[in-house]
Design a protein around this ligand. Structure first.
Ligand code: PMP
Ligand code: GLN
Length: 393
C-alpha cells in the first residue's frame, strides 16, 4: 500500500491480505463436489482407538470438561503430556509451569508467534512450509525469511540457514517431521541448528505434530539438545498420533517463562477448548507404546503402497521419512504446473491432491510438485493408485 490508492478501504486488513481460503479447505471442497478420493487434506479415514472415544463420551456424560476447564489445560492432561515427554524423550517437564494445552497445534503456533514476536522481527522457516506459518507470522507483524528445501532429498542447507540470520532474526520456526516433504531432521542437522540458535541468541519454535509418525530415522526433540531447554517452544498435537484430528487437542512444552508468554496470547484467542476431549487425550497418552507402533506400521504400509503406486503411474516419487504425505513430481508425466494439475485431477481420474507450490514463497521451487496423503485405508489408496495409473494411458 502506498497510501495513494483511491476507492474503498479493503475489509480484510493488510496482515491477512492474500491469505484467502486455505488449500486444504479448497481441495476438500473440490473432493466433496466431485466425489473424488480425497488424498489432499491430511486426515485419517479411520477414527482413533475405541477406548479413547469412549473416554470422551464418559467425560461428557460425567460432566468433566463441559464447563470451562482451567486455562492451561486440565491437570490430568498436563500430567499425561509431561509423562509422555519423560517416557519418550527423557525430558523432565513440570506439568504446572511447563505445559500449556491449546486448540490444536494450530493455536499453539499462532499464540507463540503473537506472544514472541514484535513487528519487524524476522522468522526463519524452511520452505515449503505449513500454510498457517506465513499467516501467523504476518498476523504478528513480523517478516518471514524462507530457506528452501530442495529436491531430490529436501535436506536443510545449513549454510543458507546461517546466512539467513540477521540482527532482526528473533526465531526459527522448525517443523520435523516435515510437512509436506516428509523430511526428518537428523541429530547432526538439529545440533547445527541448536548451535546456531545459541550463538545468535535465537528462540526456536518446533512443530512436532508428526513426532510419532517416523518410518526411517528417529524423532529427536530439539529442546533436548544442549543449550535449547530455555530457548525452545515445543509444539505437538494429539490429532495425528491418535487419529482424532477434529478434536483439536494440542500442546506446548517449554520453560516456564516461555509457556507464560505463549499462555498470555492463548488466553485471548480461545481461553480454553475441547474440555471433555482433554480428558480423553490424557488417557490416549497413557496407552501402551504398542498403540503408537501400530499406527506407525499401518502408515508405513500406506506410504509404501502409495509411493510404489505413484512411481508405477509415472510420477517422480520422493519417499518420505515421516508424516502423512508423499511428495511427487509430475514433470515425468509431461505436466508443468502442479496447481493446474491438481485442479484438473478430480475430473481426469477422480483423485484429489494438493499442489506444493502453495507452501513456497518461491513457487518455482515447487512448481511441478504435488502432495498426496496416505493416512487412508489401504483399499482406498489402492483404488487411488489404480485411477492414477490411467493418467498415462
Ligand atoms: N503443523 C503441521 C505441520 C501440520 O501438518 C498440521 C496439520 N495437522 C498442524 C500443524 C495443525 O495441527 P492441529 O490439527 O493439531 O491444529
Ligand atoms: N495438516 C493438514 C494437512 O497438512 C491440514 C489441516 C488443515 O486443514 N488446517 O493436510
Amino acid at each position: 500500500m502506498t497510501g495513494r490508492e483511491t476507492g474503498p478501504r479493503p475489509l480484510l486488513n493488510r496482515r491477512l491480505a492474500g491469505f484467502g481460503t486455505t488449500i486444504f479447505a479448497e481441495m476438500s471442497a473440490l473432493a466433496a463436489r466431485t466425489g473424488a478420493i480425497n488424498l489432499g487434506q491430511g486426515f485419517p479415514d479411520t477414527d482413533g482407538p475405541e477406548e479413547v472415544r469412549e473416554a470422551a463420551v464418559r467425560a461428557l456424560r460425567d460432566g468433566r470438561g463441559n464447563q470451562y476447564p482451567p486455562g492451561p489445560g486440565v491437570p490430568e492432561l498436563r500430567t499425561a503430556i509431561a509423562g509422555h515427554q519423560l517416557r519418550h524423550y527423557g525430558l523432565d517437564v513440570d506439568p504446572d509451569t511447563e505445559v500449556l494445552v491449546t486448540a490444536g497445534a494450530t493455536e499453539a503456533i499462532a499464540a507463540a508467534m503473537l506472544a514472541l514476536l514484535e513487528p519487524g522481527d524476522e522468522v526463519i522457516a524452511f520452505e515449503p512450509y505449513y500454510d498457517s506459518y506465513a499467516a501467523c507470522i504476518s498476523l504478528a507483524g513480523a517478516q518471514r525469511v524462507p530457506v528452501t528445501l530442495r529436491a531430490p532429498d529436501f535436506r536443510p542447507d545449513l549454510d543458507a540457514l546461517r546466512d539467513a540470520v540477521t540482527p532482526r532474526t528473533r526465531l526459527i520456526l522448525l517443523n520435523s517431521p516435515h510437512n509436506p516433504t516428509g523430511t526428518v531432521l537428523t541429530r547432526e542437522e538439529l545440533t547445527a541448528i541448536a548451535e546456531l540458535a545459541v550463538e545468535r541468541d535465537l528462540l526456536v519454535v518446533t512443530d512436532e505434530v508428526y513426532e510419532h509418525l517416523v518410518f526411517d530415522g528417529e524423532h529427536i526433540p530439539l529442546i533436548s539438545l544442549p543449550g535449547m531447554r530455555d530457548r525452545t517452544v515445543s509444539i505437538s498435537s494429539a490429532g495425528k498420533t491418535y487419529s482424532f484430528t477434529g478434536w483439536k487437542v494440542g500442546w506446548v512444552t517449554a520453560a516456564p517463562a516461555l509457556v507464560a508468554a505463549v499462555r498470555t496470547a492463548k488466553q485471548y484467542l480461545t481461553f480454553v477448548s475441547a474440555g471433555p476431549f482433554q480428558y480423553a487425550i490424557a488417557e490416549a497418552l497413557r496407552l501402551p507404546d504398542a498403540y503408537v507402533t501400530g499406527v506407525r506400521e499401518e502408515l508405513r504400509a500406506g506410504r509404501d503402497l502409495l509411493a510404489d503406486g505413484l512411481a508405477e503411474a509415472g510420477f517422480g516419487v520422493y519417499r518420505p521419512q515421516g508424516t502423512y504425505f508423499v511428495t511427487a513430481d509430475i514433470a515425468p508425466l509431461g505436466e508443468k504446473d502442479g496447481t493446474a494439475f491438481c485442479l484438473s485431477l478430480p475430473e481426469r481420474c477422480g483423485v484429489v491432491a494438493v499442489p506444493n507450490a502453495v507452501f513456497y514463497d518461491d513457487p518455482e521451487a515447487g512448481r511441478t510438485l504435488v502432495r498426496f496423503a496416505f493416512c487412508k485405508r489401504r483399499p482406498v489408496l489402492q483404488e487411488a493408485v489404480d485411477r492414477l495409473r490411467g493418467l498415462r494411458a
